[in-house]
Design a protein around this ligand. Structure first.
Ligand code: PMP
Length: 362
């Protein structure tokens, strides 16, 4: 029985008005090709780390800085150019907290990762979305035209989620030059499946911040660990608004070992690249339209039967993600690419499901 009393407290206006994000997490049993996770496991060396962790260590507050030095060295950076965060989600949140006033604007290409909009809205600032055309390529001209003096954050995911599209280095540099008053966040969560990075440009471009996650290729989504790399002055402001203990000690221990096992990440990324080609070929053979992807997922256009397809896949124990409510993605479903065996399973379930729902190529 609930005895909850009605409350008279009210959140800030921005919180009342912001959109809520409820990822469809409940009952994710089966082959999970719905969240762009690693479909197998992290490096086998992580198991050894977990075995040596003692409960005595749990009494200690985590120390982020020594690990930041190791991570920075791994990427050929200085420690003050790196901030470890509780996933890229927290990194986005902290950037918004540090840089956006309620009268400011954040600029994003649409469709893209939903959390940019959520964290921008929490500050009271406005998100200006520039819609991609039917090719779902990055709308460069539209973004450049939308920049004005109140633009204080530009968030670009490359490769982008859910489209799999990428933006060229020259274009990123042009945006950085066109908006020196804005933090330009280049979210490289899916870097390993594409292989191009802006990390080498952070020293020369003072408003460029690169985000990396350890949730995807490294397979550590449950540990919640990501990073920002960029200008030390920009990162100092971000550090100010964050908790000094934002990343737990188990994640910090595992991260060092995960980074050192380069062989594993290379192998996993290779599995994804080969699997993506196999999936794209399979979709082409089935006559399903899709957008060529540079990430560990492929977005396909099923049309009116998108919901039926997701349900038919679930019956076969394969989870995929309905993205049809994303702007410009009506009828679209996204499927994660994992190791070879899982791509085969996904493709087989897809063939059977399309048949079951009576889907026909146009
Ligand atoms: N950026 C993009 C583009 C993503 O798609 C995701 C995860 N879906 C994230 C960031 C979040 O990553 P993390 O797990 O590090 O919070």
């Amino acid at each position: 029985m609930s005895n909850t009393q009605a409350t008279t407290v009210r959140p800030r206006r921005a919180v009342l008005q912001m959109p809520e994000y409820h990822p469809p997490l409940a009952g994710r049993d089966g082959l999970r090709l719905d969240f762009n996770e690693n479909t197998l496991a992290p490096s086998p060396k992580i198991a050894e780390v977990l075995q040596r962790i003692s409960t005595a260590g749990l009494t200690k507050y985590p120390e982020r800085e020594p690990v930041e030095r190791i991570v920075a060295a791994h990427f050929g950076l200085n420690a003050d150019q790196v901030l470890l965060t509780n996933g890229v989600d927290e990194a986005i949140h902290l950037l918004c907290e540090a840089f956006l006033e309620p009268e400011d604007e954040a600029l994003i290409a649409v469709p893209t990762f939903f959390m940019y909009e959520v964290y921008v809205a929490a500050t009271g600032a406005r998100t200006q979305g520039v819609q991609a055309d039917a090719s779902l390529q990055f709308p460069l001209a539209g973004i450049l035209a939308a920049i004005h003096e109140r633009t204080r954050l530009i968030a670009i995911a490359s490769p982008n989620n859910p489209t799999g599209a990428v933006i060229r280095r020259e274009d990123i540099l042009a945006i950085a030059r066109a908006a020196p008053q804005a933090v330009l966040l280049v979210d490289e969560a899916y870097y390993h499946f594409h292989g191009e990075t802006m990390l080498q440009d952070i020293a020369a471009v003072p408003n460029l911040i690169v985000a990396r996650t350890f949730s995807k290729a490294y397979g550590l989504a449950n540990l919640r660990i990501g990073m920002l790399a960029g200008n030390p002055e920009v990162l100092r402001y971000v550090r100010k608004v964050g908790s000094p203990y934002n990343v737990n000690g188990i994640a910090l221990e595992c991260l060092q070992v995960a980074l050192a096992d380069e062989e594993y990440v290379r192998w996993y990324s290779e599995q994804v690249r080969a699997g993506r080609e196999q999936m794209e070929k399979g979709l082409a053979a089935l006559g399903v339209p899709y957008w060529p992807s540079h990430a560990n997922f492929v977005l396909m256009n099923i049309g009116a039967k998108h919901k039926e397809l997701v349900a038919a896949m679930r019956k076969r124990n394969v989870l995929v993600r309905d993205r049809s409510s994303d702007p410009g993605c009506d009828g679209c479903v996204r499927i994660t690419i994992g190791i070879h065996e899982h791509v085969e399973q996904g493709l087989a379930a897809l063939k059977a499901s399309l048949e079951e729902i009576g889907w026909q190529a146009k």
